[in-house]
Design a protein around this ligand. Sequence first.
Ligand code: ZN
Length: 206
Amino acid sequence: MTVVTLAARTGRSVRLDAGGAVTIVNLFGQQVVDTWAIDVADPSIVLSMAHTRMANGRLAVGAGDTLVGSDREPMLVVESDTTGGRHDTLIPACDAARYRQLGASGHHASCAANFTETVRALALPLPSQVPQPLNLFMNVPVGPDGTLGIEPPVSRPGDRVTLRAVRPLVLVLSACPQDLAPTNGSHHEPRDVELHLLPALDEALP
Ligand SMILES: [Zn+2]
């Protein structure tokens, strides 16, 4: 197992072969991790929250659920999840416009910019707009009347999610830099996250 740090406010990529997996470890408990996947064979195919909600018949995702691409085919499986499935599939990545709306002046790091910079560094084609990410650990309660909230995550230090790739793909992950809303906790302080890279199951056998 290889352990790498996803530093607070930054993005990075992880290349997964079919059968490979990554465990995203929420070291401090309340850090949201925006997560995208891009098909290596056809980079025009990306992880799609709309198609994933349709495939699973639910708003949220949790252990045992399949995450599907814009081609409606499986990209990843949520192999394990200690949060009980408290993740968001509805909210777009934070971006410069969102921070302007929140009153920021000048540059502010964002998940959208982290995605764009990471994809550009890989020399992969950039989608015309940033795909809607799977927002791991993000707490977006949905009221009976359909209202949405953005509340501090309920995940605890050490909570973790393992995503196993169904096909070769690039994961792009962003430790959300949001510090003007309680997205990453009421302390408004983005934190580091740990990534555990796991080999394919057959490679892990003795
Ligand atoms: Zn963000």
